[in-house]
Structures are given as structure tokens and as C-alpha cells.
Design a protein around this ligand. Structure first.
Ligand code: AMP
Ligand code: ZN
Ligand code: FE
Ligand code: FE
Length: 291
């Protein structure tokens, strides 16, 4: 069950949370349970943004209709930008069936990658099996967090963090990269699905020039509010986003943890940002109708 929310004062402002994960990828809660947690946290809307899949969206929307929480169809893609891994959110997707045919390839690649991770871990003396990882993924898009959970259950690491520090982080002995789209292609795929392409958690090192270049490739928005950004970074990213004529976004990147710094709704994103995104998506669809 989702964590219970604190008692909500009548008339309390309802925020939105436009970045979260479910068991469709590496989150801990089923899509409907994510929406129940959103209702308990008094959120007006959420975007479900699982890695490389939209498989959770239908269930989330059904539960959202029941509970009065708007569910924005979304996805989080891993792309390559000048050789570096960049995460890109697709928000307000309209034609998810077509997009999902492309994503199926990435999910397949994630499975193959997990097999390589098993081989690498085995070669350093950890007898982890593919079956134990698949049990964690339960049919969803396989990610490193599933491998981490299998490592914890096997008793080879103390906890999730230890798993990444010792084995799964970039450059560690169990690390294997994933095939990634070029960023321009990822933006195009999201546009073809009728969505907005939003740069996910750009962080402190992200320069204005970089965002400007991405805007030239069609980027629509920037995830300004994210738990990895300091208040100063939020202010800077918001300014750059506005100056470049892009739309701001924000979310918790919640993976279902009951405690810790990343809790559902923690970014307190104003519903006005969602309205601006909708205006932009409407404007694009008026220009280029979705197939
Ligand atoms: P993947 O897409 O399979 O490479 O997994 C990426 C996911 O792993 C992220 O969404 C996080 O949930 C998690 N992750 C990545 N790096 C770390 C880390 N250093 N510590 C804990 N979790 C991490
Ligand atoms: Zn994740
Ligand atoms: Fe991400
Ligand atoms: Fe994420």
C-alpha cells in the first residue's frame, strides 16, 4: 500500500508532480497505487514517466478518473548528447501506441544489458542470476534498481546505495551501459507521439548554451524543479527556461520510497506550469496534427 499522507487542510493548494515511476519500470508501486499515493498527497495531477515504457499509463488513468487525479501520459528516455547520457521526458503524449513500438526495442535492449550485468557480476564472484533480477522487474522494463534489489536480497550488498557504490554505478564492475537514441531522434520521437520534449534533471553543470542548442533541436521545456537541484539551481534554470521561450516542468522523480528526500509531491509544482505546458502542446498540435 502507498504511504499515508498527512491530514490535508481544507482548501489546501493542490500541486502537481510531473515525474514519477511505477512497477512498469523501476518504481516500487503499481501504477494504480502511485495514483492512490498522489490522491493521498492531495495532488491535482501527476505525469507517469516510466523508463522506456508507457505500459503503466492506462491503469494509472483509470485510477485517476476514480480518484480525481489527472494523469498525464509520459515517458523517460535515455538519450545520447555529445556522447553523454541525457534523460529526456516526453510529457502529454497522445499517440502512445506508435511510440510504444519504438520503446519495445529499448526494453529488449535493457533485458540483454541485464544479462551482461549478470555475466560481469558472476565474473567478480557474485553468483547472481537473471531469474532473480526478472523476479524484481516482474515484467516491467528492467533497470539497475532491479539488479540492486536482487543484490540486496542475495546478501551481497548492504542496501540499494551500497549496490550502486560498489557494483552498479558508472565504471563499477557490474556496470553496463544501454543503447541510447541520439537526443535529436529522441525529441523527434516524442514530437511524433504528440508530446512535449522536456530535458530531465539537467543539474548544476548544465549551461545556458547547452539548453539553447537543445531548443534549436526542438526541445520544449526544462525540468526546473527536481530533488537533485539546489534552490539556486532552480532559480537559474527557471530564468534560462523563460529567456529561451521554453516551458518549465517539475517533479519528484519518485520511485515509491516511503521516506527519504524524494517523496511524492515534494517539489510543490504549481498547476500553472502544467497549464503552460498544455498551451504549448495545443499550439504544436494545431500546427502539426498528430497522425
Ligand atoms: P538504468 O536506467 O537502468 O540505468 O537505471 C537508472 C535508475 O537507477 C535511475 O532512475 C535511478 O532510479 C537509479 N540510480 C542511478 N544511479 C543511482 C545511484 N548512484 N544510486 C541509487 N540509484 C541510482
Ligand atoms: Zn528510475
Ligand atoms: Fe532520470
Ligand atoms: Fe526518473
Amino acid at each position: 500500500m502507498p504511504p499515508t499522507a498527512p491530514t490535508i487542510a481544507p482548501g489546501a493548494r493542490r500541486f502537481v508532480d510531473l515525474h514519477m515511476h511505477s512497477t512498469a519500470s523501476d518504481g516500487a508501486l503499481a501504477p494504480a497505487d502511485v495514483v492512490r499515493a498522489a490522491a493521498a498527497a492531495n495532488l491535482a495531477a501527476i505525469a507517469l514517466t516510466d523508463h522506456d515504457t508507457v505500459a503503466g499509463v492506462a491503469d494509472a488513468r483509470l485510477e485517476g478518473e476514480r480518484l480525481g487525479v489527472r494523469v498525464i501520459p509520459g515517458v523517460e528516455l535515455s538519450a545520447t548528447e555529445n556522447g553523454q547520457e541525457t534523460h529526456l521526458l516526453g510529457l502529454h503524449l497522445a499517440n502512445v501506441e506508435e511510440l510504444d513500438r519504438h520503446l519495445a526495442e529499448f526494453r529488449h535492449a535493457r533485458r540483454t544489458r541485464a544479462e551482461h550485468m549478470v555475466e560481469r557480476l558472476n565474473s567478480v564472484g557474485i553468483p547472481i542470476t537473471m531469474a532473480s533480477i526478472e523476479a524484481q522487474a516482474a515484467g516491467g522494463a528492467i533497470g539497475r534498481p532491479h539488479v540492486a534489489r536482487a543484490l540486496v536480497l542475495g546478501g551481497w550488498v548492504a542496501d540499494h546505495r551500497d549496490a550502486f557504490d560498489r557494483y552498479l554505478g558508472a565504471g563499477r564492475p557490474g556496470y553496463v551501459g544501454k543503447p541510447r537514441l541520439e537526443i535529436a531522434e529522441a525529441i523527434r520521437l516524442i514530437h511524433d507521439a504528440g508530446g512535449l520534449a522536456v530535458l530531465a534533471h539537467p543539474g548544476a553543470e548544465c549551461t545556458r548554451d547547452r539548453i539553447e542548442q537543445l531548443a534549436r533541436l526542438g526541445l520544449d521545456g526544462v525540468e526546473v524543479r527536481h530533488p537533485s537541484h539546489s534552490p539556486d539551481e532552480v532559480a537559474r534554470l527557471e530564468r534560462v527556461t523563460e529567456e529561451l521561450g521554453l516551458v518549465p516542468s517539475g517533479g519528484s522523480d519518485w520511485h515509491g520510497a516511503a521516506g527519504g528526500p524524494r517523496t511524492i509531491g515534494c517539489m510543490q509544482v504549481a498547476p500553472e506550469w502544467l497549464e503552460r505546458q498544455e498551451a504549448r502542446v495545443e499550439a504544436r498540435r494545431a500546427k502539426e496534427p498528430v497522425a
